[in-house]
Design a protein around this ligand. Structure first.
Ligand code: SF4
Length: 332
């Protein structure tokens, strides 16, 4: 990254959460140019519109970077392990910082800025984890964390006098009170709650990802899309995905047709599209049909006709809906 320049430029990692908004606001009070980068992953359900809106309000240029297969490879096999669920935060942060470093070099930014707060998150925001991430991303001393800077060794930006350390803060820990007070001071409103974000932190979704990796060993973009749609079941190693609403049914149908995946649909009643992913046999098809009936408008205590559609044609199976206990045993 550039180091000998007149007016330094900072690249802020802007997630859209309050901490990164405050970090951006604090750095804007210093005598530096600022641009921002916002990372999206297949499992990030954040609010891109609000990030764009805040960037506009701050008057800074925003770069949006999608992390696809590289990110999924990390989820499948994180060298530094997972957090409390399937969140490989340390390796994910290393990847984000490496990408941010590339972008910083391209736009002539001298240092990075993040909203990280010391000890706010047990896995990735402890001092040792932060230092490890910095080292592995090749960014030692180049990441300024305005919210906790006074508790951390001075970064290059402070040592070189590009930013005034006196104007930086010493926030530590999980309590959000200082950030909420600062937001009020700066007039920052309508920011997303900290819980809205990466699906990999969600225990139910993490269970799906874990199950997928146990059976498939790898994760593709197509897998990632399917993991986010429908109810998921496993019958003798075969994945069954059942749509929960019209939108999901339409998406599952399109995926089934594009990829020649066999699927089930109840014949005479409204009901879901059910994908069958893997080597099937009549017993698996019948159980999947019974799940399909369970989530359809068909009566639950009589045999119901279900269409089984696949590449080479269509056949019919008859099934009685599984009860809740049977369903729960198969649910992922
Ligand atoms: S919560 Fe998700 S997006 Fe955020 S660092 Fe962890 S893995 Fe990456």
């Amino acid at each position: 990254m550039e180091t000998s320049i007149q007016r330094p430029k900072a690249l802020v990692l802007l997630s859209g959460g309050l901490d990164s908004l405050l970090a951006t606001r604090i750095i804007l009070d210093q005598d530096v140019d600022v641009e921002a980068v916002h990372f999206i992953t297949p499992f990030y359900k954040g609010d891109c519109d609000s990030v764009s809106r805040f960037s506009r309000d701050f008057g800074i240029k925003l770069h949006v970077v999608f992390l696809g297969q590289e990110f999924l490879d990390i989820v499948a096999n994180p060298p530094h392990g997972y957090g409390s669920q399937m969140n490989p935060c340390i390796d994910c942060r290393i990847l984000m910082f490496r990408k941010a470093k590339e972008l910083a070099n391209k736009i002539g930014a001298s240092f990075l800025v993040t909203g990280e707060v010391l000890d706010e998150r047990p896995f990735s925001q402890r001092l040792r984890a932060m230092q490890l991430i910095e080292r592995e991303a090749g960014l030692e001393g180049k990441i300024l964390r305005p919210l906790s800077a006074k508790l951390l060794p001075p970064t290059e930006a402070e040592r070189m006098g590009w930013v005034n350390r006196e104007k930086l803060l010493a926030i530590r820990g999980k309590r959000r009170t200082p950030q909420i007070k600062l937001a009020a001071k700066y007039g920052i409103k309508n920011y997303p709650t900290p819980s809205g974000g990466c699906l990999l932190n969600d225990p139910a979704f993490a269970r799906r990802v874990r199950d997928h990796l146990e059976h498939e060993g790898r994760l593709t973009l197509k897998d990632a899309i399917l993991l986010m749609i429908g109810r998921h079941f496993r019958i003798n190693g075969v994945k069954i995905i059942v749509g929960r609403n019209m939108d999901e049914n339409n998406r599952l149908l399109a995926i089934a047709e594009q990829n020649q995946i066999p699927y089930l649909v109840v014949k005479e009643y409204k009901g879901p599209i059910t994908l069958i992913m893997g080597e099937t046999n009549p017993n698996i098809i019948e159980k999947a049909a019974a799940i399909t009936v369970r989530y359809s408008d068909a009566p639950k205590n009589i045999p119901v006709n279900v269409l089984y559609r696949r590449k080479n044609g269509e056949s019919e199976v008859t099934a009685i809906a599984l009860n809740d206990e049977q369903i729960n045993r198969l649910r992922i």
